[in-house]
Design a protein around this ligand. Structure first.
Ligand code: SAH
Length: 213
Protein backbone atom coordinates (compact mmCIF):
# COMPACT_ATOMS: atom_id res chain seq x y z
CA UNK A 1 0.00 0.00 0.00
CA UNK A 2 1.56 3.19 -1.16
CA UNK A 3 1.24 6.80 -0.11
CA UNK A 4 3.42 8.75 -2.48
CA UNK A 5 4.67 12.30 -2.73
CA UNK A 6 2.00 12.88 -5.41
CA UNK A 7 -0.78 11.73 -3.07
CA UNK A 8 0.51 14.06 -0.36
CA UNK A 9 0.43 16.98 -2.81
CA UNK A 10 -3.14 16.14 -3.87
CA UNK A 11 -4.23 15.95 -0.21
CA UNK A 12 -2.78 19.38 0.44
CA UNK A 13 -4.87 20.76 -2.43
CA UNK A 14 -7.97 19.01 -1.06
CA UNK A 15 -7.34 20.67 2.32
CA UNK A 16 -7.14 24.06 0.57
CA UNK A 17 -10.48 23.32 -1.13
CA UNK A 18 -12.06 22.46 2.23
CA UNK A 19 -10.73 25.68 3.80
CA UNK A 20 -12.23 27.63 0.86
CA UNK A 21 -15.56 25.87 1.52
CA UNK A 22 -15.51 27.01 5.16
CA UNK A 23 -13.90 24.23 7.23
CA UNK A 24 -11.99 25.91 10.07
CA UNK A 25 -11.09 23.23 12.62
CA UNK A 26 -7.33 22.72 12.24
CA UNK A 27 -7.43 19.27 13.90
CA UNK A 28 -9.93 18.14 11.24
CA UNK A 29 -7.87 19.67 8.43
CA UNK A 30 -4.68 18.02 9.76
CA UNK A 31 -6.44 14.63 9.78
CA UNK A 32 -7.67 15.08 6.18
CA UNK A 33 -4.12 16.03 5.26
CA UNK A 34 -2.82 12.77 6.79
CA UNK A 35 -5.32 9.96 6.05
CA UNK A 36 -4.61 8.32 2.64
CA UNK A 37 -8.16 8.45 1.20
CA UNK A 38 -7.04 6.73 -2.03
CA UNK A 39 -6.51 3.51 -0.07
CA UNK A 40 -10.19 3.56 1.02
CA UNK A 41 -11.53 3.77 -2.55
CA UNK A 42 -12.59 0.81 -4.67
CA UNK A 43 -10.32 -0.06 -7.57
CA UNK A 44 -11.02 2.13 -10.55
CA UNK A 45 -11.76 5.18 -8.40
CA UNK A 46 -8.38 5.66 -6.63
CA UNK A 47 -7.46 8.35 -9.14
CA UNK A 48 -10.38 10.48 -7.89
CA UNK A 49 -9.62 10.11 -4.19
CA UNK A 50 -8.66 13.74 -3.66
CA UNK A 51 -11.56 15.24 -5.57
CA UNK A 52 -14.16 16.60 -3.16
CA UNK A 53 -16.85 14.09 -4.15
CA UNK A 54 -18.49 10.91 -2.79
CA UNK A 55 -17.75 7.66 -4.67
CA UNK A 56 -19.31 4.19 -4.83
CA UNK A 57 -17.91 1.43 -2.61
CA UNK A 58 -19.06 -2.19 -2.17
CA UNK A 59 -22.62 -3.20 -1.21
CA UNK A 60 -24.15 -0.23 -3.09
CA UNK A 61 -22.82 2.22 -0.50
CA UNK A 62 -20.64 5.32 -0.78
CA UNK A 63 -17.52 6.81 0.72
CA UNK A 64 -18.71 10.23 1.90
CA UNK A 65 -17.51 13.44 0.27
CA UNK A 66 -14.44 14.84 2.11
CA UNK A 67 -16.28 18.13 2.81
CA UNK A 68 -19.12 16.20 4.48
CA UNK A 69 -16.68 14.12 6.58
CA UNK A 70 -14.84 17.31 7.60
CA UNK A 71 -18.05 19.21 8.41
CA UNK A 72 -19.61 16.39 10.45
CA UNK A 73 -16.36 15.92 12.39
CA UNK A 74 -16.08 19.66 13.02
CA UNK A 75 -19.69 19.76 14.25
CA UNK A 76 -18.94 17.03 16.82
CA UNK A 77 -16.76 19.54 18.72
CA UNK A 78 -15.07 16.70 20.59
CA UNK A 79 -11.60 16.98 22.17
CA UNK A 80 -8.76 14.47 21.78
CA UNK A 81 -9.10 11.36 23.96
CA UNK A 82 -12.91 11.52 24.06
CA UNK A 83 -15.28 8.71 23.09
CA UNK A 84 -17.03 8.82 19.72
CA UNK A 85 -19.56 6.43 18.18
CA UNK A 86 -19.93 6.33 14.40
CA UNK A 87 -23.01 4.84 12.72
CA UNK A 88 -22.24 3.58 9.19
CA UNK A 89 -18.60 2.45 9.00
CA UNK A 90 -18.75 2.08 5.19
CA UNK A 91 -15.22 2.35 3.79
CA UNK A 92 -13.75 3.19 7.21
CA UNK A 93 -12.53 6.61 6.02
CA UNK A 94 -14.54 8.66 8.54
CA UNK A 95 -13.43 6.27 11.31
CA UNK A 96 -9.79 6.77 10.26
CA UNK A 97 -10.24 10.56 10.45
CA UNK A 98 -11.65 10.22 13.99
CA UNK A 99 -8.79 7.91 15.01
CA UNK A 100 -6.20 10.21 13.45
CA UNK A 101 -7.62 12.98 15.67
CA UNK A 102 -7.00 10.85 18.76
CA UNK A 103 -10.57 9.87 19.69
CA UNK A 104 -11.63 6.53 21.15
CA UNK A 105 -13.72 5.21 18.28
CA UNK A 106 -16.62 2.75 18.17
CA UNK A 107 -18.18 2.21 14.76
CA UNK A 108 -21.20 0.18 13.59
CA UNK A 109 -21.92 -1.24 10.12
CA UNK A 110 -24.91 -3.35 9.05
CA UNK A 111 -23.44 -4.66 5.76
CA UNK A 112 -21.38 -7.74 6.54
CA UNK A 113 -19.17 -7.33 3.46
CA UNK A 114 -18.10 -3.82 4.51
CA UNK A 115 -17.77 -4.79 8.17
CA UNK A 116 -15.41 -7.66 7.34
CA UNK A 117 -13.34 -5.58 4.95
CA UNK A 118 -12.83 -2.68 7.37
CA UNK A 119 -12.02 -5.06 10.23
CA UNK A 120 -8.95 -6.23 8.32
CA UNK A 121 -8.10 -3.01 6.55
CA UNK A 122 -8.04 -0.35 9.31
CA UNK A 123 -5.46 -2.19 11.49
CA UNK A 124 -3.29 -2.69 8.38
CA UNK A 125 -3.02 1.10 8.18
CA UNK A 126 -2.34 1.29 11.92
CA UNK A 127 -5.85 2.53 12.81
CA UNK A 128 -7.33 0.72 15.79
CA UNK A 129 -10.91 1.47 16.78
CA UNK A 130 -11.95 0.35 20.29
CA UNK A 131 -14.57 -1.77 18.53
CA UNK A 132 -16.02 -2.32 15.07
CA UNK A 133 -19.54 -3.60 15.54
CA UNK A 134 -21.58 -5.62 13.05
CA UNK A 135 -25.17 -4.62 13.69
CA UNK A 136 -27.95 -2.09 13.52
CA UNK A 137 -26.82 1.44 14.25
CA UNK A 138 -30.37 2.49 15.12
CA UNK A 139 -29.76 0.79 18.45
CA UNK A 140 -26.39 2.46 19.03
CA UNK A 141 -23.94 0.52 21.21
CA UNK A 142 -25.21 0.78 24.81
CA UNK A 143 -22.40 -1.45 26.15
CA UNK A 144 -19.89 1.43 25.86
CA UNK A 145 -22.26 4.39 26.35
CA UNK A 146 -22.33 7.25 27.18
CA UNK A 147 -20.46 8.94 24.31
CA UNK A 148 -19.04 12.45 24.01
CA UNK A 149 -20.06 12.45 20.36
CA UNK A 150 -22.12 10.33 17.95
CA UNK A 151 -21.87 10.80 14.19
CA UNK A 152 -24.38 9.20 11.81
CA UNK A 153 -23.08 8.89 8.23
CA UNK A 154 -26.34 7.82 6.56
CA UNK A 155 -29.61 9.73 6.17
CA UNK A 156 -32.14 9.00 8.92
CA UNK A 157 -35.88 9.66 8.44
CA UNK A 158 -36.03 10.67 12.11
CA UNK A 159 -33.68 10.83 15.09
CA UNK A 160 -33.19 7.38 16.71
CA UNK A 161 -34.13 7.72 20.40
CA UNK A 162 -31.49 5.15 21.41
CA UNK A 163 -28.75 7.45 20.12
CA UNK A 164 -29.99 10.45 22.12
CA UNK A 165 -30.09 8.22 25.21
CA UNK A 166 -26.43 7.20 24.71
CA UNK A 167 -25.06 10.78 24.76
CA UNK A 168 -23.20 12.17 27.76
CA UNK A 169 -24.56 15.40 29.22
CA UNK A 170 -22.86 18.01 27.03
CA UNK A 171 -22.38 15.41 24.27
CA UNK A 172 -23.41 15.99 20.66
CA UNK A 173 -25.19 13.84 18.07
CA UNK A 174 -24.45 14.89 14.46
CA UNK A 175 -27.07 13.36 12.17
CA UNK A 176 -28.44 14.09 8.68
CA UNK A 177 -32.24 13.95 8.93
CA UNK A 178 -34.58 13.53 6.00
CA UNK A 179 -35.66 11.07 3.31
CA UNK A 180 -34.57 12.36 -0.12
CA UNK A 181 -32.62 15.37 1.10
CA UNK A 182 -31.23 15.57 4.61
CA UNK A 183 -30.72 18.50 6.96
CA UNK A 184 -27.50 18.23 8.95
CA UNK A 185 -28.77 18.35 12.52
CA UNK A 186 -26.92 18.56 15.82
CA UNK A 187 -28.56 17.54 19.10
CA UNK A 188 -26.67 18.66 22.21
CA UNK A 189 -27.66 17.01 25.47
CA UNK A 190 -27.99 19.90 27.91
CA UNK A 191 -29.35 17.83 30.85
CA UNK A 192 -30.70 14.34 31.56
CA UNK A 193 -33.95 15.10 29.72
CA UNK A 194 -33.16 18.10 27.55
CA UNK A 195 -31.64 18.42 24.08
CA UNK A 196 -30.83 21.53 22.08
CA UNK A 197 -31.31 21.20 18.30
CA UNK A 198 -29.38 23.12 15.62
CA UNK A 199 -29.51 22.75 11.83
CA UNK A 200 -26.68 23.20 9.33
CA UNK A 201 -27.91 22.98 5.75
CA UNK A 202 -28.79 20.35 3.16
CA UNK A 203 -26.90 17.16 2.26
CA UNK A 204 -27.57 13.93 0.40
CA UNK A 205 -26.72 10.60 2.02
CA UNK A 206 -27.47 6.92 1.39
CA UNK A 207 -30.32 5.87 3.73
CA UNK A 208 -29.91 4.68 7.30
CA UNK A 209 -31.73 1.35 7.14
CA UNK A 210 -33.52 -0.18 10.09
CA UNK A 211 -33.30 -3.93 10.69
CA UNK A 212 -36.82 -5.06 11.56
CA UNK A 213 -36.16 -7.82 14.07
N1 SAH B 1 -18.68 6.68 7.07
C1 SAH B 1 -18.64 6.03 5.80
C2 SAH B 1 -19.84 6.41 4.94
C3 SAH B 1 -20.52 5.18 4.42
S1 SAH B 1 -22.11 5.41 3.71
C4 SAH B 1 -17.33 6.31 5.06
O1 SAH B 1 -16.55 7.14 5.56
O2 SAH B 1 -17.07 5.69 4.05
C5 SAH B 1 -23.17 4.95 5.04
C6 SAH B 1 -23.00 3.56 5.62
O3 SAH B 1 -24.04 3.38 6.58
C7 SAH B 1 -23.15 2.41 4.64
O4 SAH B 1 -22.01 1.62 4.69
C8 SAH B 1 -24.39 1.64 5.14
O5 SAH B 1 -24.28 0.25 4.96
C9 SAH B 1 -24.40 2.01 6.60
N2 SAH B 1 -25.69 1.86 7.27
C10 SAH B 1 -26.93 2.15 6.81
N3 SAH B 1 -27.86 1.88 7.75
C11 SAH B 1 -27.19 1.43 8.85
C12 SAH B 1 -27.59 0.99 10.13
N4 SAH B 1 -28.87 0.95 10.53
N5 SAH B 1 -26.63 0.59 11.01
C13 SAH B 1 -25.32 0.62 10.66
N6 SAH B 1 -24.88 1.02 9.44
C14 SAH B 1 -25.80 1.42 8.55
Amino acid sequence: MKDTFTHKGMRKKLVETLIAKGIKDTCVLDAINTVPRHLFMDSGFEGHAYVDKPFPIAADQTISQPYTVARQTELLEVQKGKKVLEIGTGSGYQAAILLEMGFKVYTIERQNELFKKVNLFLPKLGYRPKKIIFGDGYKGFPESAPYDGIVVTAGAPDVPKALLAQLKIGGRLVIPIGVNVQIMTVFTRTSENKFKKNEYGEYRFVPLLEDKN
